[in-house]
Design a protein around this ligand. Structure first.
Ligand SMILES: *[C@@H]1O[C@H](CO)[C@@H](O)[C@H](O)[C@H]1NC(C)=O
Ligand SMILES: *[C@@H]1O[C@H](CO)[C@@H](O)[C@H](O)[C@H]1NC(C)=O
Ligand SMILES: *[C@@H]1O[C@H](CO)[C@@H](O)[C@H](O)[C@H]1NC(C)=O
Ligand SMILES: *[C@@H]1O[C@H](CO)[C@@H](O)[C@H](O)[C@H]1NC(C)=O
Ligand SMILES: *[C@@H]1O[C@H](CO)[C@@H](O)[C@H](O)[C@H]1NC(C)=O
Ligand SMILES: *[C@@H]1O[C@H](CO)[C@@H](O)[C@H](O)[C@H]1NC(C)=O
Ligand SMILES: *[C@@H]1O[C@H](CO)[C@@H](O)[C@H](O)[C@H]1NC(C)=O
Ligand SMILES: *[C@@H]1O[C@H](CO)[C@@H](O)[C@H](O)[C@H]1NC(C)=O
Ligand SMILES: *[C@@H]1O[C@H](CO)[C@@H](O)[C@H](O)[C@H]1NC(C)=O
Ligand SMILES: *[C@@H]1O[C@H](CO)[C@@H](O)[C@H](O)[C@H]1NC(C)=O
Ligand SMILES: *[C@@H]1O[C@H](CO)[C@@H](O)[C@H](O)[C@H]1NC(C)=O
Ligand SMILES: *[C@@H]1O[C@H](CO)[C@@H](O)[C@H](O)[C@H]1NC(C)=O
Length: 728
């Protein structure tokens, strides 16, 4: 029982501000996944302890009527993931992360949540598979999908059994030798299928799994699914009747560094015929100009339809995302290797809706689905009937907080997981008539979050710099938890990354605005040109304009604060901070007039020298945002280069740059720091050799927060600077 624990003790202790340590040691919860009858939902729970220096985890059960939370009894050390068994009330199929026969393998077990200790081992799998999805067929046989790395010959790769090569050389003849935080090897991810035969006590048919990507044609990019680095089981699906599968893979005839394009492949589960791309070259979708990245292939409950989304541009990663649905025609035609799936009645849904949905959940009657999409600085839910016409503009079903997950219950209600600046998690049901029933609220339960609430958040709109643009710019304002109306607080101005991204009313374990505000600042977090969630035009107009409109929007936002919010915000002792594109922007600010308005700057993994931008591997990004490759005419690499304005640099600057950041290599942070030092500008350099673009480990994150806050508090408030830095 976790519910209603701790709040009284925390309030009694007078806690009214959240510290970095509290942020990092507070529980983290996944979105609840309801059982087939919609009575209970399973979710993951984990918590880091600084005392023990370790994380504890659990699988917890949420009662969807009462909100009561109990431990499920599934041992989270052993159970990596669990899915409900369709057709049952409380049956589960789960992956046990150990395998007594095959080192590095896993096992599949059938169990029941009402008897968690009485599960049955049904299959031994010879590699570290994950991403389980299951269908219960009419015969009662179970068909499932999982994924893992595979050798070029299609066999699953088990690192524990692979021989160690005698040398460490990595030889490449194709562009894209590494991505995000990983150097490419010969192995690629693949989706594997297996069947558990009811008549044999759910034994694994053929004692093996089939690699579904085998046989897919390519001449440039080898098929891979899930798409790395962020793809998971959302990149593939199995129809509820078990007959059909679908997966996502990048365009096989385009190279991965220049293009974002990816297609949805479909195939018949019991056929050896190779899966076919339903929206690849030659398809109706492709010919109509929809050629970019695809996602979220999701079968309807009646198995007759597949919904997915796709962008138009084949190298623009932030192009508008559009929704599609096709009819699935089982046994549509026969190849030499068996029957294949054909698709028909391909149709765009809400094609003129100016938002970019990010997930799809079907209604039980297969006549509509729900999506989530960014909308005015939060992620909201929307409902899309298949019968809607082209001009249909979905209305938001949710309002204030940001949705992190939705699932549909048998009565068409939603179970929603959401968060906000003031809470790490809220679970509620949302009835078709709009009634919300809150089942769980982390701020009422978690000691570390005690005292947080919506009272610290404000928003304002101001006139930005874009000509011929009819919207105002948006900005968040986050006050300290113990805000007093008789005090002013220095400004912490925080610029978001992307640049196609947003500062949203959402909880973050990395840039948590409440934690920054509770150092005694008012955080102002603007959404300048380039931001997402306000319509595609605002997003698109940053192209070729990195230091242009967004910079002037940031200046105008700062002037708005100075001129209108001075009763509680002190801009004279303000600081500016940003990561990624936000880091680029802080470097641009350092070289321009706005840089003189801050006591110090904090830059996390940001570009300082745009002329070296080709050290990244996401060349599609440079090609789009800088108007071509580095050698082309009329690009903007030199136009918006922070290192062309070094003469103006003079504000103390804290530089973070991590070694595993292959997207923005650490050389940019090092040259930035070397220039600051050589010019005699007070500066520090913080590096994590084991972190990528993000700082994810709790102890590293605590050090990151401690040193950054020490820096801003010194320059803004005159506190002592610590002596933790490594000297000469
Ligand atoms: C859970 O599994 C771990 C690892 O096998 C074991 O050490 C631990 O005792 C188990 N916990 C319970 C409550 O059974
Ligand atoms: C599959 O669904 C049927 C009902 O459609 C049910 O009787 C059967 O128990 C389910 N299979 C498993 C393994 O739970
Ligand atoms: C996981 O598998 C191990 C054997 O590899 C077994 O001892 C343990 O009981 C299993 N745990 C669960 C929860 O299935
Ligand atoms: C595939 O390649 C791996 C690594 O070379 C090898 O161990 C495995 O036996 C091969 N599988 C088949 C079916 O040839
Ligand atoms: C099992 O093997 C047989 C013979 O190779 C093949 O026809 C069948 O499709 C396989 N079944 C599965 C589920 O892999
Ligand atoms: C790959 O195939 C496509 C047609 O599908 C063709 O346009 C392209 O030139 C081919 N590329 C290479 C490198 O062979
Ligand atoms: C049948 O499968 C084989 C082996 O995967 C493949 O080479 C061949 O192209 C396939 N033929 C058809 C018509 O799909
Ligand atoms: C939709 O969003 C608006 C703000 O844009 C909000 O006022 C309204 O309450 C939301 N609708 C629902 C049903 O939450
Ligand atoms: C809305 O639906 C729920 C059940 O889904 C019901 O309990 C509630 O009374 C309904 N509210 C209104 C205002 O109709
Ligand atoms: C602010 O100052 C006024 C006048 O001095 C005082 O009445 C009020 O209590 C103060 N408010 C707070 C929150 O301290
Ligand atoms: C990548 O795109 C650029 C244009 O930005 C083009 O010049 C180059 O040939 C492409 N490279 C490959 C390998 O397709
Ligand atoms: C570059 O800009 C000049 C001046 O506008 C124009 O004449 C030229 O065609 C452009 N070059 C390219 C490759 O677009």
């Amino acid at each position: 029982m976790v519910r209603h624990f701790g709040i009284v003790a925390a309030l009694a202790a007078g806690a009214c501000a959240i510290t970095p340590k509290q942020l990092l040691q507070a529980p983290r919860r996944g979105a609840p996944v309801p059982n087939p009858s919609g009575k209970v939902a399973l979710f993951s729970y984990s918590q880091y302890s600084f005392e023990e220096q370790s994380t504890t985890s659990a699988w917890q059960l949420l009662n969807l009527e009462t909100g009561e939370i109990t431990d499920s009894g599934l041992n989270s050390t052993e159970v990596n993931e669990a899915v409900w068994l369709p057709g049952t009330e409380t049956g589960l199929l789960y992956i046990n992360g150990t395998n007594e026969e095959v080192p590095g393998g896993v096992t599949l077990w059938i169990g029941d949540i009402s008897k968690p200790l009485e599960s049955k081992l049904v299959a031994s799998l010879d590699a570290p598979y994950s991403g389980l999805k299951v269908a219960n067929t009419s015969s009662g046989d179970l068909r499932f999908l999982v994924n893992t790395l595979a050798y070029p010959n299609g066999t699953a790769y088990n690192p524990d059994l692979a021989p160690t090569p005698p040398h460490t050389g990595r030889l490449y003849s194709d562009i894209y030798p590494r991505h995000w935080d990983t150097w490419l090897t010969k192995q690629r991810y693949a989706v594997f299928a297996g069947s558990l035969l009811k008549s044999s006590g759910y034994g694994l048919v053929n004692h093996t799994l089939r690699n579904l990507l085998e046989g897919v044609d390519y001449n440039v990019t080898r098929p891979e699914s899930p798409v790395q680095p962020f793809g998971g089981s959302g990149d593939y699906d199995i129809s509820p009747d078990g007959s059909t599968y679908a997966f996502l893979s990048k365009a096989p005839h385009l190279n991965k560094a220049n293009f974002t394009a990816s297609y949805i492949y479909v195939g018949a589960f019991d056929s050896a015929a190779a899966p076919q791309a339903l929206n690849g070259p030659g398809s109706e979708a492709y010919e109509a100009g929809h050629q970019g990245a695809s996602g979220a292939p999701t079968f309807s409950p009646d198995s007759a339809k597949l919904a997915y989304y796709q962008q138009d541009g084949d190298y623009y990663e932030s192009d508008r995302v559009k929704l599609y649905v096709v009819d699935i025609d089982q046994g549509g035609y026969t190849t030499g290797n068996g029957s294949a799936v054909s698709t028909s009645n391909w149709k765009g849904l809400a094609p003129n809706w100016d938002r970019s949905p990010g997930s799809i959940a079907w209604a039980p009657d297969s006549e509509s689905f729900f999506v989530t999409a960014e909308d005015y600085a939060r992620t909201r839910a929307f409902h899309i009937p298949l019968s809607s016409d082209a001009d249909f503009k979905p209305e938001n079903l949710t309002s204030v907080t940001s949705i992190t997950g939705i699932a549909v219950l048998p009565d068409s209600s939603l179970i929603v997981a959401a968060n906000a600046i003031w809470t790490s998690a809220e679970f509620y049901t949302l009835s078709p008539n709009g009634t919300q029933n809150v089942l769980f609220s982390a701020v009422e339960v978690d000691e570390d979050l005690a005292g947080l609430g919506p009272h610290t958040l404000e928003e304002f709109f101001y006139t930005g710099s874009l000509p011929d643009f009819d919207q105002q710019m948006h900005s968040l304002v986050v006050k300290p938890s113990n805000f007093s109306e008789n005090e002013t607080y220095p400004l912490a101005y925080i610029i978001h990354g992307g640049p196609q991204g947003s500062n949203a009313n959402a909880w973050s374990t990395r840039w948590n605005f409440q934690v920054w505000a509770d150092q005694g600042y008012v955080v102002v977090a603007p959404n300048p040109t380039g931001s997402t969630g306000f319509g595609q035009e605002l997003t698109d107009r940053i192209q070729g304009e990195w230091g242009g409109y967004p910079y002037y929007d940031v200046v105008l936002g700062w002037e708005y604060v100075r001129d209108n919010l001075s009763s509680f915000i002190d801009t004279k002792n303000g600081i500016v901070a940003g990561a990624s594109y936000g880091g680029f922007m802080t470097n641009w600010i350092q070289g321009h007039d706005l840089g003189r308005e801050f006591k110090c700057i904090v830059t996390h993994d940001g570009i300082s020298n745009t002329e070296s931008a080709f050290t990244t591997e996401e060349l599609w990004f440079m090609r789009h945002d800088y108007l071509g490759p580095i050698w082309a005419e009329n690009t903007t690499y030199s136009k918006w280069n922070p290192q062309d304005h070094i003469a103006n640099w003079s504000t103390p600057q804290f530089v973070v740059h991590n070694t595993l950041d292959y997207r923005l290599p650490e050389s940019d942070g090092l040259s930035l720091f070397n220039i600051l030092q050589t010019k005699g500008i007070p500066s520090r350099f913080l590096n994590f050799p084991d972190e990528n673009h993000h700082v994810l480990k709790a102890e590293n994150s605590l050090f990151w927060h401690t040193e950054i806050f020490n820096w801003i508090n010194h320059w803004s408030k005159g506190t002592d600077l610590d002596s933790n830095a490594i000297g000469q």
